[in-house]
Design a protein around this ligand. Structure first.
Ligand code: PGA
Length: 255
């Protein structure tokens, strides 16, 4: 069984000081023995990346950003570049989260540019894909996710795929308390692997980490993380509570 990845997406929550406190609480609760078996990262807001980087220094917890801009630098007010993220210690960056697709109207094309920029600067992109409730009910969800993957990975070489992670996050399960059944998650993870295998080959698909996201918490983590094809989780709400987040990491390490 491959090493799992548990990622916390703090979204637009926590002040600078609160972020520092949460990062410290998480690192204090993590047993180094557990950390030998699993990878973990936290994705605070841009303003807290620096302070969280300090708080997790000398631990196994890694740092990720929630977004990136696709230009190197210049007159792009409010945006944050890949080199800025690198300079505060980011190793990962989320691209194409459904909340950005919905509220900021990010398209597959924009998301693809972000993924390419991340790779150019040796940041590991976590490409988020997932269907809405309507798309699931209309039974077009596989096609929607396939398109997000094909367009999101446009011009990404086989070589770069080793540093890329895909997060399957059904939109209807994010922040709603609803979550996909282990079978639904498993089916989609295997489907995503099939799409990636068609785009590249079996070797790339087998090495690819596919995370599940959508209302993962301390209670359902074992069931979800045990599902076939689920290589970890991208966690929103439950990642804001040090006890619950570290419990999920422990559960992931035992599977
Ligand atoms: P949630 O968020 O765990 O609060 O549902 C997951 C995500 O959006 O990454």
């Amino acid at each position: 069984m491959r090493r799992k990845l548990i990622a916390g997406n703090w979204k637009m929550n926590l002040s600078y000081k609160e972020s520092e406190k949460l990062a410290k609480n998480i690192t204090e609760k993590l047993d180094p023995k557990v950390m030998q078996k699993i990878d973990t990262l936290v994705c605070p807001s841009f303003i807290s990346l620096g302070i969280v980087n300090k708080a997790i220094k000398d631990t196994e917890v890694k740092l990720g950003a929630q977004d990136i801009y696709y230009e190197n630098d210049g007159a792009y007010t409010g945006e944050v570049s890949a080199s800025m993220l690198k300079s505060v210690g980011c190793e990962y960056v989320i691209a194409g989260h459904s909340e950005r697709r919905k509220y900021i109207h990010e398209t597959n094309k924009i998301i693809n540019r972000k993924v390419r920029k991340a790779i150019e600067f040796e940041l590991k992109p976590i490409l988020c894909v997932g269907e809405s409730l309507e798309e699931r009910e209309d039974e077009i969800f596989e096609g929607v996710v396939e398109k997000q993957i094909i367009e999101g990975l446009s011009e990404i070489t086989k070589e770069s795929m080793k540093d890329l992670v895909i997060a399957y996050e059904p939109v209807w399960a994010i922040g709603t308390g609803l979550n996909a059944t282990p079978k639904q998650a498993s089916d989609m993870h295997l489907f995503i692997a099939k799409v990636v295998s068609k785009l590249y080959d079996n070797e790339v698909a087998e090495a690819l980490l596919i995370l599940y996201g959508g209302s993962v918490n301390g209670k359902n983590a074992k069931e979800i993380l045990s599902a076939c094809g689920v290589d970890g989780a991208l966690i929103g709400g439950a990642s804001l509570k040090a006890d619950e987040f570290t419990d999920i990491i422990k559960i992931g390490a035992q599977i």
